[in-house]
Write a protein that binds this ligand. Structure first.
Ligand SMILES: CC(C)(COP(=O)(O)OP(=O)(O)OC[C@H]1O[C@@H](n2cnc3c(N)ncnc32)[C@H](O)[C@@H]1OP(=O)(O)O)[C@@H](O)C(=O)NCCC(=O)NCCS
Length: 181
């Protein structure tokens, strides 16, 4: 069963993005372009609030089919970032995890808490068996998030992730329910 809202703690809540969030989400993307564009290929392709509106609409269509599962991360009443099972492979109960924070909200454990909550939800409520994520070799902040949650580094995949206009090698991470910390 899907949950529209996941309460992480008294300050942090995960909520499905709605079309009414378009302006606020586009504003944080605009404010954080230099920070976000390094590891996220879609940032340069997001050129107007219409792109963000279409993205939100697309997530809702996929979610209705159970193909993906996105949440805005709210810190009190501000958008702090985004976390998602970008793809869900139903037949093998596998999901791919992705996330970002606005620069202002980094360094406080918000993503670690959000990822732990979403991953726990994935196992307990969505019935997932395995969750995967990949990080560029240089993206130690993202690797640390995954490792704090309990993901294991399982290998290196070649030229498999975006970094600053290039496709670079990535660490492959995986998490089973028993790995969760
Ligand atoms: C990846 C990303 C989300 C990590 O952000 P982050 O702020 O380092 O992660 P967290 O929110 O979990 O915060 C961890 C930091 O808070 C500290 N912290 C404080 N309280 C904490 C708590 N209760 N739990 C965990 N960490 C805590 C940690 O020590 C760590 O500090 P450090 O930055 O000095 O090492 C961020 O760098 C980002 O958005 N990058 C751009 C997009 C991106 O790379 N996405 C991933 C692609 S694979």
């Amino acid at each position: 069963m899907q949950s529209e809202t996941i309460v992480v703690d008294t300050n942090i809540t995960l909520r499905y993005p709605k079309s009414s969030d378009t302006a606020a989400l586009y504003a944080v993307i605009e404010q954080n372009r230099p920070y976000l564009r390094h590891y996220l290929a879609w940032v340069d392709e997001t050129k107007s609030s219409e792109d963000t509106r279409q993205f939100i609409e697309t997530t809702a269509i996929g979610r209705a089919k159970g193909d993906n599962h996105e949440y805005l991360i709210w810190f009190q009443d501000e958008i702090a970032g985004f976390i998602a099972f970008n793809t869900i492979h139903h037949h093998i109960r596998l999901a791919i995890l992705g996330y970002w924070l606005t620069e202002k909200f980094t360094g406080h454990g918000i993503m670690t808490k959000a990822a732990r909550a979403l991953v726990a939800h994935g196992f307990s409520t969505l019935g997932l068996h395995r969750i995967e994520s990949r990080c560029a070799l240089s993206n130690s902040k993202s690797q640390q998030v995954l490792e704090r949650v309990g993901f294991q580094r399982e290998g290196l995949v070649r030229e498999a992730i975006y970094e600053d206009g290039n496709l670079v090698d990535a660490y492959q991470y995986g998490c089973l329910a028993e790995d969760l910390k």
